[in-house]
Write a protein that binds this ligand. Structure first.
Ligand code: A2P
Length: 272
């Protein structure tokens, strides 16, 4: 089966296409518009953006112009990490909805447990309050699912103490050599799907000699090995590319990495 036709099922009961098109670092305007349209024309049905990427307007326009029925698409956007004052959540969501111009999103994520400039700071109390606003958005049906991003075990456990709705997703930085086993395990135990952003380590995996050797063995590229690795660990990869050949290559994943090679890849620790 073509990976583009395969789905995971969220804890809401909704299905989510197993490959998502990541748009981080694709500038708003022509580039985000063209690459999103190329992804859709090449069969992607799952697009991941964020208010802070600055490209929601172009991504939304590409989605509308694609002519693909909205019900066939899965669209994610995110609440900026800087918003830890619950009274500001609704406004940020409205801004994203105006930018995207799509009536609803399939998934709305809290972008990080702390503002980017204060990575690691303790915002557990504020995250609980922000989460209540996320639940209110979910209740309106304008976000069909809600979740988090960049949460580690302690962030998830703190959220579980007050959450009425368990997040559907935790989206984390995940690639061969950086697999955050504890965080994924905590999510799995609650039925939370983990999505992998930067599944190619933003390109840094591609010239790794060991991975090149494994890729050659399968007659695949390192990018394809990296994406297949994520899928075989039951996570959802969000590869990003602005190049049509690579956009297509990243969905040509109809092969299987052996259990032995998976064990080896899972044992790697790469400091990237
Ligand atoms: P480009 O947009 O020119 O294709 P990640 O998904 O981990 O964020 O990695 C994205 C980076 O990897 C981008 O620089 C992208 O460049 C590059 N990239 C994406 N897919 C491939 C591929 N199949 N082969 C080589 N490089 C790729």
């Amino acid at each position: 089966m073509n990976i583009l036709d395969e789905t995971f099922t969220l804890n809401t009961g909704a299905t989510i296409p197993k490959i998502g098109f990541g748009t981080w670092q694709i500038p708003n305007g022509e580039e985000a518009y063209e690459s999103t349209l190329l992804a859709l024309q090449n069969g992607y049905r799952h697009i991941d953006t964020a208010l802070v990427y600055g490209n929601e307007a172009s991504v939304g326009k590409a989605i509308r112009d694609s002519g693909i029925d909205r019900s066939e698409l899965f669209i994610t956007t995110k609440l900026p990490a800087e918003i830890k004052d619950a009274s500001k959540v609704q406004d940020a969501f409205e801004t994203s909805m105006i930018n995207l111009d799509l009536e609803y999103v399939d998934l709305y994520l809290v972008h990080a447990p702390w503002p980017w400039a204060e990575r690691g700071a303790d915002y557990r109390k504020e995250n609980g309050e922000v989460w209540a606003e996320m639940e209110a958005i979910y209740a309106t049906g304008r976000a069909k699912a809600i979740g988090v991003s960049n949460f580690v075990v302690s962030d998830l456990e703190a959220l579980f103490e007050t959450a009425e709705v368990i997040p559907a997703v935790n989206q984390i930085r995940y690639f061969i050599g950086n697999t955050q086993g504890d965080t994924v395990g905590t999510a799995n135990a609650k039925g939370i799907l983990t999505e992998a952003y930067s599944p190619l380590a933003t390109g840094a995996l591609l010239d790794n000699e060991e991975l090149i050797a494994i890729a050659e063995k399968y007659g695949k590229t390192v990018a394809q090995i990296s994406l297949r690795f994520v899928l075989q660990n039951d996570l959802l990869p969000l590869p990003k590319s602005t190049n049509e050949a690579r956009i297509i290559q990243n969905t040509d994943l109809n092969f299987e990495i052996s259990a032995e090679d998976m064990d080896y890849l899972n044992s790697l620790e790469l400091s990237i």
